[in-house]
Design a protein around this ligand. Structure first.
Ligand code: SF4
Length: 285
């Protein structure tokens, strides 16, 4: 079958060749563990049962998980082994099963869920560059959407990802997510809902403001905006001098002040001290 699961629409047989996501049909993962550094309603006290998938269909130049997104590491797991990993994380007390960058493996992940359906919420943690067709395939298994909304400007998204259409594609996908999930939080843990993440980038406050405007206008069903400050220079940024530093306190404050006045109803704000390589996990495979 030819792969058209994401907006890259490669239309190739991944049993024979790799797509723009950099991987074939085999599911590659680089780590699974109880992740303590997600939003408090996702990590809880014991951690989010996070599975990091290798390869990526977006590939930001500054990717904070660069080796993974470029599929430079990872081990192959079958759907049955992935189902066992879900169970292992759940047995270890995970607050949820958190699928990080799962888009290019949607069909394989669905096979894993058909073998084992966790009794804890499932988080679909994505860059936001999704097709509605792909999302609808995995929707029956998802409780919480955790999409990024990285850029508004097509110039910025073109510069950092090669995709001019990022904003229109991502907002279409996020609108679908916002429509489909109502926020439910019990005992400090999210059971259902949407958290839209935005990572503040250096020299990019005006684009952050436009992203906030979009969220303020389109927020629904108690969804949260999560403003992230953990940007750390990383990846393939030689050609982008502005990306070679962390964000400044001034940039951080300007974005937060704007968000406070923008009409955003629910938000998480990451502390500025989070911009450290300590927040990038050590990969196992
Ligand atoms: S998932 Fe990979 S192969 Fe399939 S359309 Fe997207 S980039 Fe291409």
């Amino acid at each position: 079958m030819k792969c058209t699961i994401c907006p890259n629409n490669c239309n190739i047989d991944r049993n024979e060749q790799k797509g723009a996501c950099g991987v074939g049909n085999d599911i590659l993962i680089s780590k699974y563990y109880l992740h303590p550094f997600e939003e408090p309603v996702i990590s809880g006290t014991k951690g989010s049962g996070t599975v990091f998938f290798s390869g990526c269909s977006l590939k930001c130049v500054y990717c904070q998980n660069y080796e993974l997104s470029r599929a430079k590491r990872g081990k192959i797991v079958t759907p049955s082994e992935l189902a066992d990993i879900f169970k292992t994380l759940e047995d270890a007390g995970a607050s949820n099963i958190n699928l990080v960058t799962p888009t290019h493996y949607i069909t394989g992940i669905v096979k894993a869920f058909e073998l084992y359906r966790p009794n804890i919420p499932v988080v679909y943690n994505t860059h936001g560059y999704e097709t509605l067709d792909g999302l609808k395939i995995i929707a029956p298994y998802v409780d919480i959407y955790l999409p990024d909304l990285k850029f508004c400007s097509s110039e910025v998204s073109l510069k950092y990802t090669g995709k001019k259409d990022y904003f229109s594609v991502a907002t279409n996908a996020i609108s679908y997510m916002l429509e489909s999930k109502k926020t439910v939080i019990e005992n400090g843990l999210m059971k259902s809902g949407v958290i839209v993440r935005h990572l503040i980038l250096p020299e990019n406050v005006s684009d952050s403001k436009r992203v906030i405007d979009w969220f303020a206008k389109n927020q629904k069903n108690g969804a949260y905006l999560s403003i992230m400050a953990q940007y750390t220079p990383f990846g393939s940024i030689e050609l982008f001098p502005e990306l070679k530093r962390k964000i400044t306190k001034k940039e951080y404050d300007r974005v937060l002040e704007y968000a406070q006045l923008s009409g955003v109803e629910n938000a998480f704000v990451q502390d500025l001290t989070s911009s450290s390589e300590e927040f990038i996990p050590k990969w196992d495979f």
